[in-house]
Design a protein around this ligand. Structure first.
Ligand code: DAH
Length: 341
């Protein structure tokens, strides 16, 4: 038995890795292992011999196990260390040239522009607000002073969600503009307010180079005391000048939107007319002083508060800023288009 122990300890000592060690354990302590076999012989011995031999075998087993454990943890440490050396990855090494850099992604031009717009308005103290794309007729029209059968509903051809009317808020639709978020934010936060709302809007219309059924708008809303249109003009000139990185002049023209009174359109002076030719103006957005009915719908007292709102197409702005000729390129994910940004 002493020989058995010596050969076992020798084998443990010589094991090169944990797999070999595992096999040694099976060889000695497995179901048919050499030490196990010794235990099986006990049943044929006398009571007296059983006790002494049994004790001796148990001692051998204990010695085997403690040598085994010691070797196992030593091998484990060795194996972790060699793995760490083999798999060491130097993150400070310069990149390999064989990586194909043309596969690197870029941020979509629309998102780039939206980030810029958010940044500029945030600097001017505006918060970014948000609302659902699936909207109710109430928020999209009613609360914005556009009752049913109002001709303005036909100006914005609408996608309806089938069989989703509810008695309080009317049919469920895809929002046709970001203006419903005016009402939702008034309800949520009350006056004063200074927000912009970038978001996706949907119109049921035929698609061509300048019309898409999905596009992006930015709504603006400022409510406080003693607010006038001069503030709007100043803020828009500041915003546009920062965005286009040059001084921009704007002008107001009268316009009609049911949710503002007076309503107006804002144009950008795009090119000064030379040699007696007239100036070139770009229509940019709708705006106006928020209609008292809209303030009331949002739970704000029109006697003590006033403000203005605006809405522009950020898709259209992207087309102007990046000189994109066809609006359909913006959403068709053509890599030849996207790689340019
Ligand atoms: N919601 C309008 C549209 O989509 C744009 C608009 C016009 C928004 C005037 C306004 C506004 O807030 O005051 O055509």
């Amino acid at each position: 038995m002493q020989d058995l122990l010596n050969s076992a300890l020798q084998a443990i000592e010589n094991a090169n890795n944990s797999n070999e060690l595992k096999e040694i354990e099976i060889k000695y302590l497995g179901k048919k292992g050499l030490i196990t076999e010794q235990l099986k012989t006990l049943k044929d011995l006398s009571e007296e011999d059983k006790r002494t031999t049994g004790k001796a075998i148990q001692e051998i087993k204990q010695k085997f196990l403690s040598a085994y454990q010691k070797k196992a943890s030593q091998l484990e440490i060795e194996e972790i260390n060699s793995k760490l050396t083999a798999e060491f990855f130097d993150i400070t090494l310069p990149r390999l040239n064989k990586i194909n850099h043309s596969k690197k992604g870029t941020i979509h031009p629309l998102n780039q522009l939206q980030q810029q717009v958010e940044e500029i308005f945030s600097d001017m103290g505006f918060e970014i607000a948000d609302g659902p794309e699936v909207e109710s007729e109430y928020y999209n029209f009613e609360a914005l002073n556009i009752p049913s059968h109002h001709p303005a509903r036909d100006m914005q051809d609408t996608f309806f969600i089938e069989n989703k009317a509810d008695p309080k808020h009317g049919e469920l639709i895809l929002r046709t503009h970001t203006s419903p978020v005016q009402i939702r934010t008034m309800e949520l936060k009350g006056a004063p307010l200074r927000i912009i709302v970038p978001g996706r809007v949907f119109r049921y219309e035929a698609t061509d180079a300048t019309h898409d059924s999905t596009f992006n708008q930015v709504e603006g809303l400022l409510i406080d005391k003693n607010i006038g249109l001069a503030d709007l003009k100043g803020i828009m000139e500041e915003f546009l000048s920062r965005l286009f990185e040059k001084d921009i002049t704007v002008r107001f023209r009268p316009g009609y939107f049911p949710f503002v009174e007076p309503g107006l359109e804002l144009d950008i002076l795009w090119q000064k007319g030379k040699n007696g030719q007239s100036d070139k103006w770009l229509e940019f957005m709708g705006a106006g002083m928020v209609h008292p009915n809209v303030l009331k719908a949002g739970g704000i007292d029109p006697e003590n508060n006033q403000g203005w709102a605006f809405g522009f197409g950020i898709t259209r702005l992207a087309m102007i800023k990046y000189q994109i000729a066809d609006i359909r390129q913006i959403h068709n994910s053509d890599l030849r288009f996207l790689k340019q940004f």
